[in-house]
Design a protein around this ligand. Structure first.
Ligand code: ARG
Length: 475
């Protein structure tokens, strides 16, 4: 886009073309500054490291390295204030540059003069784009880990307050067995922990330096890549230049992990939406996390949870998009890869919007322990009656059949499982009255009987809570 003076824009290429400048619609399609401007900090960092590497390789004189470094320092400051600080989404104004790499080079040329044109030696935008995006991703992963830990902390805090409250565990969304409410809260902590582990895992393969790969065949300048690696904080140096410029596996891994996180959030959200309905009535979201209806004055809508559920659609879509983007590409850099950033940014931004809102909604919700206890009717004890018969010597298959008949009897009389007259129970199996007496203590006794690791007994849940607390404390 020529500026108002009609001057040709700063370009990193063009001499081989007879006519300067792209057609406007080709230019609009080609330009990536509106998306990749978010990499400006990482670009400047990599630029300073590159100047030093060129200095050590004898391409830049020591005073030229200093001039570039000083220019980059000034640029970082002015860009930060122009961008308005705050999140990494704050970017310098769009002055029509083709991409963030062109922006950086033009601005260095404006600040440091002709030396900027020497900076181009030995590298290409192909290794630069991969380097800046990897640096950005490493930072984004740190942020996501903290956000995930924040939601875990909210779930753990609720679990601490609900160790002695009960609700039905559901299978097929039918009442199945009583569990501690804390156990339900904690059941959503572990998927998030696996997400954190997946992101941590992806980090190892993200932390690889592509700079020095050049366009495809490796830098023509014998730069010290090991020093570049250490300077930019990567764990490893890419072992193959062609792979280095074409590899976006790290994007695919992060976006796929984000999609699974989205799926986990949608499942937590669905539980909460159900539990907040009048039909369940276990959960009341705080006013600060509830919305009203324009028509129905009584409504108290769980929009935060619904949006968490809805946003997971984008995350799943992003995971599909990145795989389709990469599928069938030839080795090395292809312009298709420019699309990697919009996909990755969308996934990270979506999680960064959803995670804190869900953490707040969970932290502030009120659990109605009486309502969830009321839902623990005697039918939830059917398996306990069968277990009691097994302790009395029946096979489980026999016991299951006896209790099945007991359930039928209770249903036909409109009575609870424990309210079937003893003589009728005895007619089904002489051991049944004693088994019923054993479980008569109710759901509180039932959860306490499950002392296995990962079970619902108080001791087991407290141990689980300790382990969950440690995950949050360590972050
Ligand atoms: N903006 C580009 C991207 O994000 C930079 C790489 C372009 N390389 C090239 N040789 N045209 O992928």
């Amino acid at each position: 886009v020529p500026d108002s003076s009609g001057r040709a824009p700063y370009r990193l290429w063009g001499a081989r073309f007879e006519r300067g400048g792209l057609a406007p619609e080709a230019e609009a399609l080609n330009r990536s500054f509106p998306v990749d401007a978010r990499l400006w900090r990482e670009e400047l960092e990599a630029e300073a490291a590159w100047a030093e590497a060129l200095g050590m390789a004898g391409v830049l004189a020591p005073e030229e390295v200093e001039r570039v470094r000083a220019a980059i320092g000034r640029l970082a400051e002015s860009a930060a204030s122009a961008a308005g600080g705050g999140t990494d989404r704050a970017v310098p104004p769009d002055e029509g540059d083709e991409d963030v790499h062109t922006w950086v080079e033009r601005r260095i040329a404006e600040e440091a003069g002709a030396v900027a044109s020497k900076m181009r030696a030995g590298r290409s935008r192909n290794d630069r784009a991969a380097t800046a995006l990897r640096l950005w991703t490493l930072r984004a992963l740190d942020g996501l880990d903290a956000e995930l830990a924040g939601l875990q902390a909210a779930l753990v805090a609720q679990a601490e307050a609900t160790v002695d409250a009960l609700l039905p565990a559901y299978t097929h969304l039918q009442r199945a067995q009583p569990v501690r409410v804390a156990h339900w809260f904690l059941s959503h902590v572990w998927p998030l922990q696996r997400d954190r582990e997946r992101f941590r895992d992806a980090r190892a393969r993200t932390s690889v330096l592509p700079l020095g790969a050049g366009a495809a065949a490796g830098s023509g300048i014998p730069v010290d890549r090991e020093r570049l690696r250490a300077r930019l904080g990567f764990d490893r140096v890419s072992p193959n230049s062609l792979d280095a410029v074409g590899d976006r596996d790290f994007v695919a891994e992060v976006v796929a992990a984000a999609a699974l996180t989205g799926v986990h959030l949608s499942r937590l959200a669905e539980d909460l939406v159900l539990f907040a309905s009048a039909e369940f009535g276990f959960v009341r979201f705080d006013d600060a996390y509830s919305t009203g209806s324009s028509l129905l004055p009584q409504k108290r809508n769980p929009d935060v949870a619904e949006l968490a559920r809805g946003k997971s659609a984008r995350l799943v879509g992003d995971a599909a998009a990145v795989l389709v983007l990469l599928k069938g590409l030839p080795a090395g850099y292809q312009k298709d890869l420019q699309e990697d950033k919009a996909i990755l940014f969308d996934a990270v931004d979506t999680l960064r919007a959803v995670l804190p809102a869900m953490a707040g909604a969970v932290r502030t919700l009120r659990w109605d322990a009486e309502a969830s206890a009321r839902a623990c009717d005697a039918s939830l004890l059917a398996a306990d009656v069968a277990d009691a018969l097994v302790r009395g010597g029946r096979s489980f298959a026999e016991a299951h059949a006896v209790v099945g008949r007991l359930v039928r009897e209770a249903e036909s009389r409109g009575a609870g499982l424990l309210d079937v007259p003893a003589e009728l129970a005895a007619a089904l199996d002489p051991a049944l009255p004693a088994a019923l007496a054993e479980v008569a203590a109710g759901p509180a006794r039932s959860v306490e009987r499950r002392t296995v690791e990962g079970g619902t007994a108080r001791e087991a849940v407290l141990r689980q809570l300790d382990a969950a607390r440690a995950l949050v404390a360590r972050s």
